[in-house]
Design a protein around this ligand. Structure first.
Ligand SMILES: NC(=O)c1ccc[n+]([C@@H]2O[C@H](COP(=O)([O-])OP(=O)(O)OC[C@H]3O[C@@H](n4cnc5c(N)ncnc54)[C@H](OP(=O)(O)O)[C@@H]3O)[C@@H](O)[C@H]2O)c1
Length: 162
């Protein structure tokens, strides 16, 4: 089972603030959809609450320590090992980690593919993508997108673990 990760980060690896994203880039949201549609997605409880509902046409998997947490049409787990074992039992060929910062940090050691949107954003944040060692990753693809009147420039980077 391949574990991949999708994230959009600012110049200093900013991810979000006040449990919200920091920008709205519709082309990047389309890209996110392309990378996750029909696949199982794993997220932390805070990211789930930030999105507010399960994402359609995907198996939504939530990690929380709260044994009483329930979310309709979602699979809920309380530790990484049980979550991964369940995914193996489902015979998923790929699982996509979609954040936030705690969940990226937790699953980075198992991740083999990293889809990073690097956004031209220099502002504040309260959560960050983990500081990962770029020398351990090969850049397989890079696509640059210019700024638009209502959204910053960004570039899509596709990495594979060496
Ligand atoms: N830019 C991006 O690509 C992107 C993507 C996703 C999210 N975000 C942003 O990231 C922020 C949310 O990230 P976050 O780091 O605050 O929260 P998060 O990673 O989404 O969720 C954290 C929660 O996950 C649960 N958790 C964490 N480790 C666990 C473990 N080992 N076992 C069981 N449960 C565990 C806990 O839930 P309980 O407290 O319920 O126990 C914890 O509070 C928001 O601002 C969001 O907009 C950005």
């Amino acid at each position: 089972m391949m574990i991949s990760m999708v994230a959009a980060i600012g110049k200093n690896r900013q991810l979000g603030k006040d449990n919200q994203l920091l920008w709205h880039i519709s082309e990047d949201l389309k890209n996110f959809k392309r990378l996750t549609l029909e696949r199982p997605i794993v997220m932390g409880r805070k990211t789930f609450e930030s999105i507010g509902k399960p994402l359609p046409k995907r198996v939504n998997i939530i990690l929380t320590r709260d044994e009483n947490f329930r979310a309709e049409n979602c699979e809920v787990f309380h530790d990484k090992e049980t979550l991964l074992q369940w995914c193996q039992n489902q015979s998923f060929s790929e699982v996509v980690i979609i954040g936030g910062s705690e969940i990226y940090k937790l699953f980075l050691p198992e991740t083999k593919k990293l889809f990073l949107s690097r956004v031209d954003y220099d502002g504040p944040a309260d959560v960050y993508f983990p500081d990962f060692d770029e020398t351990k990753w090969s850049l397989k693809n890079e696509v640059n997108h210019p700024a638009l009147s209502n959204s910053p420039a960004w570039s899509f980077h596709e990495y594979e673990l060496n």
